[in-house]
Each structure stands twice: as C-alpha cells, then as structure tokens.
Design a protein around this ligand. Structure first.
Ligand code: FES
Length: 224
C-alpha cells in the first residue's frame, strides 16, 4: 500500500517559504495574489451581474392579463374586423396597451376547429417580423405592416414580406348574456394550430417550435 503523505503544514515557516515568520500562515505574496483575484472578481461582477439580470429578467417577468370586456357578440360581423384597445400590461400605463382586431368566426374562411375560445376571432396587431403595429385595411381585407412591408391575409396568415408566422391571436369567450371577453395571447403556426405565446421573429413551423420555446412567464393562461 502506498504511504500516505503527511498533510502540508499551514505555517509558512514549516514549508520553508523564504522570509517566513514564525506563526505566519499566509505570506505577503499569497495575500497580494488573493487580493488581486478578489478585486478582479468584484470588478467583473460589477458589469456581468447587471448584464445577466437584463438578459434573464424578462424570463421571470409576469404579464398579468385578466379577461377584458370587448363588447357584445352582436357588435361584431363575420366579414370585417373591428379594432379594440386592449391592455397587455396594466402596470405600465399607455405603454401596456395595444390593439386587437375582432370579428365573428366565419366557417367559410376559418378552417381550424371551432371551440368555446374562438366564437370570436381576435387577432393581435403586433407584426410577427419585428413587432411593429399592423393595420387592417378593410378594402383589401389584408393586414399591412408599415415597417418592412409585411402583409397578412384576412385570417392573419402571412401573404408577403418578412414576417415568419401568422399574426398571434387571443382566446375569447362569449358569456351567456352575449358579453365578449378577450383573454391571453397565443401564437399560431401556418396551419393556425395553437402554441403558447412566442416573441416576434420566432417561426413555429417545422423545427422552429423547438428552437424557440415559449418563455415560462408567457405560458401562464389564467382562467383557462
Ligand atoms: S416589423 Fe412588420 S414587416 Fe418588419
């Protein structure tokens, strides 16, 4: 069996370090080296920690989005959208507001399965290229993005330009008295299959849905 080495003494004199004092455990060189490392770590964390917080903060942010009243079922038609102001984040005033375009589900153009959440179709106005607000042009039955020429058809699918997926949508509910409620946002692929919300610029077809997983804070769907 190999002989065990005796443990190193903590005293610098025992380890025959030049200039060691009796009873000394840390010599000046090691103290200076340690101090330099600590100072370096403090300096590095001074810019790394804020950058890390800035990058990871949005992952844990909550965007509470309760159901919002949008009018009554009879306010909306099947063949044209009505714009409605919606609140995405109530904590930041007007900056947390946006526009959604609403209409009744029309079985002639809406081929995705009908359920209680899409009797009213609610389309987000955030362009899926970089997030600019799109406008619905009634005469053309198209959503147009003024920033880089993105065009979406009547149901919100990409008809031209750089957007990577159809316009996002919102869950809606119709109360027994006819009141229309708008709920959380969800994203769709080119087949209009529902996905948890993604950010603009994140495609959802093919491997895109795996390359751009939803942020945990955005997956929360209150009330559904
Ligand atoms: S942001 Fe809409 S096309 Fe670029």
């Amino acid at each position: 069996m190999a002989e065990r080495k005796p443990p190193k003494s903590k005293y610098t004199a025992d380890r025959q370090i030049p200039g060691a004092f009796e009873g000394e455990t840390v010599n000046r060189r090691r103290f200076m080296t340690g101090s330099a490392h600590v100072a370096g770590a403090v300096a590095a964390s001074a810019f790394l920690l804020p950058a890390l917080g800035f990058a990871l903060g949005p992952v844990f942010e909550e965007y509470p989005q309760p159901w919002q009243v949008m009018g009554t079922f009879d306010d909306f038609g099947e063949n044209a959208y009505l714009p409605r102001t919606i609140t995405l984040d109530p904590n930041i005033g007007d900056a947390g507001k946006s526009i959604a375009y609403l209409r009744k589900r029309n079985p002639r153009v809406d081929t995705e399965p009908a359920d209680q959440y899409n009797r009213i179709v609610a389309v987000s106005s955030a362009c899926m290229h970089l997030g600019c607000p799109v406008h619905y042009v009634t005469a053309a039955q198209r959503f147009i993005c003024p920033c880089h020429g993105g065009v979406y058809d009547f149901v919100g699918k990409v008809a031209g330009g750089p957007p990577v997926r159809p316009l996002d949508r919102f869950y809606t509910l119709v109360r027994p008295d006819g009141t229309v409620l708008l709920g959380p946002r969800f994203s769709v692929n080119s087949e209009l299959d529902r996905f948890s919300p993604r950010d603009p610029g994140e495609p959802l077809d093919g491997v895109g849905q795996f390359m751009y997983p939803s942020r945990p804070s955005l997956r929360k769907i209150p009330g559904t």
